[in-house]
Design a protein around this ligand. Sequence first.
Ligand SMILES: [Zn+2]
Ligand SMILES: [Zn+2]
Length: 250
Amino acid sequence: MKMICFGSSSAGNSYYIELQRKGAQPPVKLILEAGLPYKEIVAKAAINQINLAEIDGVLVTHGHADHCRSVADFKRRGARVYANQYITAGDPATTLRAGTAKLIALDTTVVPFEVEHDADEPLGFMISTGVETILFVNDSKFFKARMDGIQFDYVMIEANYDGQVLHFALENAKKDNDLGNIRRYERILNSHMSLNNCIKHLKQMDLSKCKAIFLMHLSDRHARQYKFKEEVQKATGIQTFVCKKAGGMI
Ligand SMILES: [Zn+2]
Ligand SMILES: [Zn+2]
């Protein structure tokens, strides 16, 4: 797999991946999340020598702007945007439903599954080409999908906040009677993934063949990238990268 992060935070998410396919087939090229302004995606693609005309599909997890902002721009240019019925307006060719596998390109299947998040039908994805299998979970407090017997080659998963840091911030906001921040922090607790929950999910997966974990959507205020990278690496024994807000990885 090749993965390039264009941007990863509540300000906007977009990732480019290439997955190997069988035999002499060229790799499948996908954009995961269209949550940056289209111009920015075009610019980041150009910097990384990616030709957007060669993209086999765009996959979007849910209808929040930081994940779907430029869906209309992609559609206008003829790209296939795979997402839930609210984003695709029910188009049967591109609508994803939890639990129903969909062939999105030659030898490339996505199995969408439900995740817990405060949006209409938020989805996580298992994407497989038969050669490489990846898990993609962004914006999710947790997910219940069974993944028994699936060996992930790569995992891309949200690690939004450090539970201790967020609880401390919430306590302070309560002390100050800062209603705006109280509401904001409670929303994060109820709809995003803590570092602990991320590690818990990772430990339940078969990572025996996993080559790398990519952490996404870290909070500016409630996450420390090097700590997250180290803790996940220590807990799983697998090389871990953090996707940066403005693109790239550490
Ligand atoms: Zn988000
Ligand atoms: Zn969201």
